[in-house]
Design a binder for this molecule. Sequence first.
Ligand code: PMP
Length: 438
Amino acid sequence: MTHDNPTPAINDSTDVARAPHRAGGHSPNCHALPALNEPAIDCSPLLVKTRKFQNARKVRALGLYPYFRTISSAQDTEVIMNGRRILMLGSNSYLGLTNHPKIKEAVKSAVDRYGSGCGGSRFLNGTLDIHLDLEEALAHVVNKEAVLLYSTGFQVNLGVISAIVGKGEYILADKSNHASLNEGCLLSPGEMLRFPHNHMLALETHLKKLPPSAGKLIVVDGVFSMEGDVIRLPEVCRLARRYHATVMVDDAHGIGVLGRNGAGTADHFSLTDQVRMIMGTFSKSLASLGGFIAADAETIDYLKHHSKELIFSASITPANAAAALAALKIMLAEPERIAGLWRNTERMKKGLASAGFDLGGSRTPIIPIYCRDLLTTFQFCKRLQEEGVFVNPVVPPGVAPGMELIRISLMATHTDDQIDFALGKLEQVGREVGLIDR
Ligand code: PMP
């Protein structure tokens, strides 16, 4: 299962759950009522798990904890951390737009015009004309009849899959799909069948066993968020045609990266007509927060009236909608950004490969460096930060045990000098932690 921010998988100890929780070290007596002037003892069985949870503390104690690092500047190719400038190689802002003056200007005017929030859901009082403008622009880019906005990409996946796949129907899901797709599948009353990553024979084996007339959704990431590889979409679509299944692609990491004008993975393979639903997010290339589903008009109308995550949740803020719309316009007006992103990707990959790193099967600006060991991954990450380079560690359950990796992601706006600086540091620290030969 793939998550964006997995928890380190160092085993929990039960010691803390058994330890006394009051000053003075006496075991709590859960059956005695506390005196009126005494604080209540927390004997809630519900919270035993929180006391048992030791993973994060153990990694902190080793000085290797790599999560929730605080940044005090805009998300850009360089950020400020602890008062120090550091090169950002861990952002999903692929087009480098999160600090763009035109987008910031669009956000300010949206707030001036519409205020700070919508005060309700799209279904009732929370639909603004700017939401419709953004939906129309997105439909045009991904070449679908209609689009529906949600407040996050995660909510799209929950809200679409649970509304579309009913009881007695089936979901076929790649095992490396994003956590939000898995959660969406769990919310649906349909049955989920998972197939090994990009394994088309296994997908077909599942499909063959299902009743021909049953509803079936094949749901996959376009670009896999940790591995950086791409779904074998032509084969997925061929199987979908053969077994009368519907295809949904989560293109969080494909929009702005692959396809004509950043239209995404389906466009990259010229298969937009065969992918019935394309999901995207604004939290990556589109420099904002929010998500969308693109499909035929009937499917979108159905979702508008059945998707609980849409109907019962407030609509995307004017500021977020304006930022995404402005980013979309820049993406279309400046195709050189996507070209730059790919140039940067090639430069980085070439350097890493010639240094001898194991890069797996990445085909995109997401470049994994496989460490295949938990502590090495954390050490690599920490030492790189000390050397002025921010990267993300990915450990189980984000990847399978033994597949631990450092995830690098490029932006269109990284300079050659920044990439060469990073390559020098990656090579130096890679040798230090034993990932490449001395
Ligand atoms: N799908 C994938 C593949 C993602 O990587 C993410 C974000 N990490 C999401 C969905 C959820 O998107 P959002 O950040 O908009 O909630």
